[in-house]
Write a protein that binds this ligand. Structure first.
Ligand code: ADP
Ligand code: MN
Length: 209
């Protein structure tokens, strides 16, 4: 090999090594367990269901409403509606970090929130949309002490299947599953379904995803 050819080969090898390093550092870690979103109107049972899933499968539970409060993910107040304005960028950065920490630890994640369009589509392997009947939701929201107006708005959203439509618009249809959450039998069956589905996902993705 000429000196010139040797130098070119060395340069090519160095470039390939540099590219490999860059690719390795850019590649996000592979998930060995799935990431599940539990969504639905307030009161349908997201936090109860997600807590059970987290217990049974040793998943990390991200209750987004709690995260928003704990980390003050607000960018001011909406005086008309007397509510905080969500700082989505802050929330998503925080969640991205928590999800990647869970993945590094080899854990699955279950996220629970009453909205779903704000999250990146790539986060979730499954989106579970919980539904409750009008009568059941009325009782749960009354017990929660919601005002007539707030209870009415949420019941209307449930009847109009606002969150289900949002989920179908934001994620691929195959991963969106609508289930009833009216009674404890429903909850048990929903959690059981997620357990079975997770076991299958792990079998189907032996090298992670
Ligand atoms: P969300 O997080 O969707 O607002 P929660 O999980 O806080 O709802 O549930 C609201 C209330 O309804 C709680 O008191 C909970 O125990 C009850 N609940 C939720 N899901 C069910 C269910 N499938 N069967 C019976 N009670 C339920
Ligand atoms: Mn909740």
């Amino acid at each position: 090999m000429s000196d010139a050819a040797a130098a070119a080969a060395a340069a090519a090898a160095a470039a390939a090594a540099a590219a490999a390093v860059a690719a390795a550092s850019l590649d996000p870690p592979k998930r060995s367990r799935p990431i599940v979103l539990v969504t639905g109107t307030p009161g349908v049972g997201k936090t109860s269901t997600a807590s059970l899933i987290a217990d049974r499968l040793s998943f990390e539970h991200l209750c987004v409403g709690d995260l928003v409060k704990e980390h003050s993910c607000y960018e001011g107040r909406d005086e008309t509606f007397d509510t905080h304005i969500l700082d989505e960028d802050k929330l998503l950065d925080l969640m991205e970090q928590m999800i990647s920490d869970a993945i590094e630890e080899g854990k699955g994640v279950v996220v629970d929130y009453h909205s779903c369009e704000l999250f990146p589509e790539r986060w979730f392997n499954l989106v579970l949309v919980l539904r409750a009947s009008t009568a059941v939701l009325f009782d749960r929201l009354t017990e929660r002490g919601y005002s007539d107006r707030k209870r009415g708005e949420n019941m209307e959203a449930e009847i109009m299947q606002v969150v289900l439509d949002e989920a179908k618009e934001s994620y691929s249809q195959e991963i969106v599953h609508e289930v009833q959450s009216n009674c404890l039998d429903d909850m048990e069956s929903n959690v059981g379904r997620i357990e079975k589905w997770t076991q299958q996902w792990i079998k189907d993705n032996p090298d992670g995803q």
